[in-house]
Design a protein around this ligand. Structure first.
Ligand code: SF4
Length: 363
C-alpha cells in the first residue's frame, strides 16, 4: 500500500470500522512515506477524539509474587526464579500512601494490582474501605486489577466503590498457549465481559513483543474492539531475567509506533494508553507515541520494574503542549488546574524545576 492509499484508508477509520485485512496492509507497508502517512492518520484521529489531553495513570503492586499461574512474561510466577520481592496484601494504609504519591506525580487514575489468579474475598472486604478513600482523599478514580474474577466478584468490587476495572487479555487467542499454560484466554475475556456487564469502566489490553505475528496483533486488537473496552493499555515486553522470555529481543522503536497506530485506527475513539516497556522499547522516541495515536500513559514505576522519573515525563508533556486529562468521567474529581504537587518523597525534583500548571485543553 502506498502513502496515498494509506491516507485514504486512514480517513475511512473515522467513518466505519476498518477490517483486519485493511489495517494489516496499512501497518505492514514499508518505506518512510508509508510510515509517515500511518502516523499522520493516527495523530489526526487522536487529535479529533482526545485533543491534547493525556490520561495519566499509576499503579501499586499491592500483593507481589507467589502466583501459581505461569505467564511467561511475569516476574511474579512461582514457576520462575526471578528474585522478585514477595509480599502479601500490603493493606489499606500502604495503598492509600501509594495513591497519594501517585496523585503527586500527576496521575488521575490509580490502580491497585494484586498478583495471583484473582482477588480473595478478604481483600475485597479491605477494598471496601480503600476505594472510597482513594476517591475522597486524592480525587483520583479508583481502579483495580483483581485478576480473572467472576460475576459475583465483580459485583462485590463495584459495591465496594470500584470505578474502573483493569484486566489484560495479554495476547491473541491463537498465541495465548505460548504465553500461559495454566489458564486460558477465555478466563481473561470472561472477566472483562463481566465488568462490562456490571457497567464498570474497563481497561483491557495486552503485551506486545512476545513472539506474536502482525496477524496476531490485529487479532487481539479486533477482539478488544469487539469487547468495547473503554481504555486499551499497550505494553511492550520487558524481558525479565529468570522468565522463559528473558532472552526475547526488544522491538524496534518504529515497530512499537506502528502497533500504537494500529490500535488507534481500529479504535479511534478509545483511550490508547502506553504502559509497561515504554522506556525500554521506545528509548528516545517516547514523544512519538502521541504522534502514533496514544492518548495516555502510565507514570511512575511498573509492577516489578522501575519506570521513568515522572518529572521527565511531565517535561515531555509540557514540551509537546499536552494537558493532563481529567478523570471526572470515571467518577474521580481531581482538579486538573491544580499544579502538580512537588517534590514527591522518592523522586526529588531536578534542580531548577518549576512545577507545571496543567490545564484542560479547550473542548
Ligand atoms: S501475570 Fe498475573 S496471573 Fe500471570 S503469573 Fe503474573 S501475577 Fe500471576
Amino acid at each position: 500500500m502506498n502513502a496515498e492509499q494509506i491516507r485514504e484508508l486512514s480517513a475511512q477509520a473515522d467513518l466505519r470500522p476498518l477490517t483486519g485485512e485493511e489495517v494489516l496492509a496499512m501497518v505492514k507497508s514499508e518505506g518512510e512515506d508509508a510510515f509517515d502517512a500511518l502516523m499522520d492518520g493516527a495523530e489526526s484521529l487522536r487529535r479529533k477524539y482526545k485533543g491534547n489531553d493525556v490520561s495519566l495513570c499509576a499503579i501499586v503492586n499491592a500483593k507481589s509474587g507467589k502466583c501459581g499461574e505461569n505467564c511467561g512474561f511475569c516476574a511474579q510466577s512461582v514457576h520462575f526464579d526471578t528474585g522478585v520481592s514477595e509480599y502479601d496484601f500490603i493493606g489499606k494504609d500502604a495503598v492509600l500512601d501509594a495513591a497519594k504519591r501517585a496523585r503527586q506525580m500527576g496521575a488521575r487514575e490509580f490502580s491497585m494490582v494484586l498478583a495471583g489468579r484473582k482477588i480473595r474475598k478478604k481483600e475485597i472486604r479491605i477494598a471496601q474501605e480503600i476505594f472510597p478513600e482513594i476517591q475522597r482523599e486524592t480525587g483520583m478514580s479508583p481502579c483495580c486489577s483483581p485478576g480473572a474474577v467472576n460475576a459475583e466478584d465483580v459485583a462485590e468490587l463495584k459495591a465496594a466503590g470500584l470505578n474502573m476495572f483493569h484486566h489484560n487479555l495479554e495476547t491473541a487467542r491463537s498465541h495465548y498457549a505460548e504465553v500461559c499454560g495454566t489458564r486460558d484466554y477465555d478466563d481473561n475475556r470472561r472477566a472483562v465481559e463481566e465488568a462490562n456487564k456490571a457497567g464498570l469502566f474497563t481497561c483491557c489490553g495486552g503485551i506486545f513483543g512476545m513472539g506474536e505475528t502482525w496477524e496476531q496483533r490485529v487479532e487481539l486488537l479486533l477482539d478488544l474492539r469487539e469487547l468495547d473496552v473503554d481504555s486499551v493499555p499497550i505494553n511492550f515486553l520487558n524481558p525479565i531475567p529468570g522468565t522463559p522470555m528473558e532472552n526475547f529481543e526488544t522491538l524496534p522503536e518504529e515497530e512499537c509506533l506502528r502497533i500504537i497506530a494500529l490500535a488507534r485506527h481500529l479504535m479511534p475513539t478509545k483511550q490508547i494508553l502506553i504502559a509497561g516497556g515504554r522506556q525500554v522499547h521506545l528509548k528516545d522516541r517516547q514523544k512519538d507515541i502521541f504522534r502514533a495515536g496514544a492518548s495516555g500513559m502510565m507514570i511512575g514505576d511498573y509492577l516489578t520494574t522501575k519506570g521513568a522519573d515522572p518529572w521527565q515525563d511531565h517535561r515531555m508533556l509540557e514540551e509537546l503542549g499536552m494537558s493532563i486529562a481529567p478523570c471526572d468521567k470515571h467518577g474521580g474529581h481531581a482538579d486538573v488546574t491544580e499544579p502538580v504537587a512537588s517534590p514527591i518523597p522518592v523522586q526529588p525534583l531536578p534542580t531548577g524545576y518549576t512545577p507545571v500548571r496543567f490545564v484542560r485543553s479547550p473542548e
